[in-house]
Ligand binder design. Structure first.
Ligand code: GTP
Ligand code: SPV
Ligand code: MN
Length: 602
């Protein structure tokens, strides 16, 4: 088994870029005394540093070089097979009181948790190099942008952070020498990559994160789910903005009119794909561009919501990605990409389930074992991922670096629902939309350890990512609505409804443009809908379905159908969910629920 933690000794000029800020130096020294690394590597984010870390990682077999003709500057990493996804049961919000973390988070007392983690971290980096990774989240000139430092003993983390964040000198410069400046302290150690010693702990009051025992994605790239969402959402409420698990896309009509929309779908439910959508031929002249594929930070200006993408790269689901389903993602990952847990072909290329073309006759699977098309095991892990710089995206939105962000015309919620949820509906207003978001549900996926395919409530796709009491989070949404004079319209979509024989009714991917077009037309006030108990639903004639192959009018009716029977069960599930939250749900949302139930009775 490769060990991403083995020490390295860099030549002069690499790894010695110490920042001037005394608060950072003191903190690093403290962690050094505790973890006792062999040496400290101060990252500057330079090309030279990256080349050095890649060559060391190849030597130590932390990375495998891919066929450089097919995938220039791209590498494969295999994680420990016990460590392939986020671990929600070992993720903690450590606030002084349990009530601050609320009913949906695992809580643990900060003092005790620090002691427990100190015990685990004691001497944990002996024989290892301790990397100090400075980074910023957000465009360099945005008022929302945050500084973070991540200490880690994993080269894989350093290489990933350089793709996923604006890393190195840019953060050191921005921080400057003020010892009182605000920045996030993140400590990560692989320890012995043992699930029994795996904890992802957040200390919102201290703007601090400690993650131990994992080497995988959302558990260890502390910028992402830990800072940009859990700590981010906590700061957002305090400071009056929103940190959300949302993609941000631009959509431009043939006349040149542009709208931006943000969409919250749970993990592995289609954000990256939607953010890079290529409209079908029939929509000639329409163009979709990507601002972000996973996280949106949104602030109020002139009564509108404006969004920035805090990230610098995409950490995307690999299986199912193909030139057919998502050509822009395929073009993005043709080079400069760090793959985790995909299969390796005999000619140094990659393979995964759902890639274009026939499977290879032989490959090495994600665990490092021989694989053939007859194997029972999957070649790539269902949660295998790519990390690729957003600059590689052929449809990157030109305003991605704008510090003020892009104005949001519509917010879309959605999940994986085999039944009940129609293809699309529009909420009546912001408060109803907040209710729709707060009660959304989705079938679980491989993005988190645990059962797959189980319907669970996942408010605003933030269940695993809200860093404080979910009742206060709902209240923050309601308060935000009151401050918006020009609020985005709110919608709900479901690409995943199935027929009685278990097949997806909707072709999805590029054809989701048909739904997006209706949403934009609603924003422009130029298309009709019918009023149903759950919201405004397009009639068949309100959707542009020309040249949509493979969907019969009957299937279309099924896709748009609101079944009173299914919805009675749905509304009673909403009630059970709210009840399970133990009295934190705002009255406005309880009232929305009663009104919804009432609309089905009358
Ligand atoms: P995270 O990175 O975990 O937050 O996931 P995500 O929300 O970005 O999901 P992503 O776009 O990576 O899609 C996850 C899986 O859903 C992939 O296997 C896709 O192929 C599949 N998928 C995405 N969009 C559609 C769609 O419109 N229809 C269907 N049937 N599948 C889709
Ligand atoms: C998700 O699970 O929502 C992801 C992948 O985006 S991870 O970064 O691992 O959280
Ligand atoms: Mn995500």
């Amino acid at each position: 088994m490769n060990n991403p933690a083995t020490a390295i000794s860099p030549p002069a000029g690499i790894g010695d870029h110490k920042p001037a800020n005394q608060a950072v130096l003191d903190w690093v020294h403290e962690v050094e005394l505790l973890t006792q690394p062999e040496n400290i590597f101060w990252c500057d984010g330079s090309e030279r540093e990256n080349d050095f870390l890649i060559s060391e990682s190849l030597k130590q077999e932390v990375l495998t070089k891919l066929n450089q003709k097919r995938a220039p500057r791209s590498y494969l990493h295999r994680s420990n097979p016990n460590d392939v996804a986020r671990v929600e049961q070992f993720t903690f919000i450590c606030t002084p009181t349990k009530a601050e973390a609320g009913p949906t988070n695992n809580w643990s007392e900060p003092g005790e948790t620090y002691s427990k983690l100190d015990g685990l971290l004691k001497g944990a980096m002996r024989g290892r190099t301790m990397f100090v990774v400075p980074y910023i989240m957000g465009p360099p000139d945005s008022p929302l942008t945050k500084i973070g430092f991540e200490i880690t003993d994993s080269k894989y983390v350093v290489l990933s952070m350089r793709i996923m964040t604006r890393m190195g000198e840019i953060a050191v410069k921005r921080l400057g020498s003020d010892p009182k400046a605000e920045w996030n302290r993140g400590v990560h150690s692989l320890l012995d990559v043992n699930p029994e010693r795996r904890f992802i702990c957040h200390f919102p009051q201290d703007n601090a994160i400690i993650s131990v025992g994992s080497g995988y994605g959302g558990n260890v790239l502390l910028s992402k789910k830990c800072l940009a969402l859990r700590i981010g959402s906590y700061l957002a409420r305090k400071q009056g903005w929103l940190a959300e698990h949302m993609l941000i896309l631009g959509v431009e009509s043939p006349e040149g009119k542009k709208h931006y929309v943000a969409a919250a779908f749970p993990s592995a439910c289609g954000k990256t794909n939607f953010a890079m959508l290529i409209p079908p031929k029939h929509f000639a002249g329409w163009k979709v561009t990507t601002v972000g594929d996973d996280i949106a930070w949104m602030q109020i200006r002139d009564g509108r919501l404006w969004a920035v993408n805090p990230e610098n790269g995409y950490f995307g689901v690999v299986p199912g990605t193909s030139y057919k389903s998502n050509p822009n993602a395929m073009k993005s990952i043709e080079r400069d990409t760090l793959y985790t847990n995909v299969a390796l072909t005999d000619d140094g290329d990659m393979w995964w389930e759902g890639k274009d073309g026939p499977p290879p006759k032989h490959a090495i699977d994600w665990r490092g074992n021989d694989w053939t098309p007859d194997s029972k095991e999957k070649a790539a892990h269902p949660n295998s991922r790519f990390a690729t710089p957003m600059r590689n995206n052929p449809v990157l939105d030109p305003h991605v670096e704008d510090g003020d962000g892009v104005p949001i015309s519509a917010i879309i919620f959605g999940g994986r629902r085999s039944d009940t949820m129609p293809l699309v509906f529009q909420a009546f207003d912001w408060e109803h939309g907040t209710y729709v978001g707060s009660t959304m549900a989705s079938e679980t996926t491989a993005a988190a350890a645990g059962a797959v395919g189980k319907v669970r409530r996942d408010p605003m796709a933030m269940l695993p990512f809200c860093g404080y009491n979910i009742g206060d989070y709902f209240r923050h949404w309601l308060e935000t609505g009151k401050r918006l004079t020009n609020p985005p319209l709110i919608f709900h979509v479901n690409w995943f409804r199935k027929s009685a024989d278990g097949k997806f009714l909707w072709p999805g991917f590029g054809d989701n443009m048909r739904v997006l077009k209706w949403i934009i037309d609603r924003c422009e006030g130029r298309v009709g809908a019918t009023e149903s108990p759950i919201g405004h639903i397009p009639r068949m004639q309100d959707l542009d379905l020309d040249e949509l192959g493979g969907v019969t009018p009957n299937q279309m009716r099924e896709l748009l159908n609101v079944s009173a029977e299914e919805w009675q069960k749905e509304v009673s599930d909403h009630a059970k969910f709210f009840e399970s939250l133990g009295g934190v749900v705002p009255d406005e949302l309880e009232k929305q629920r009663k009104n919804l139930a009432g609309r089905f009775k009358s």
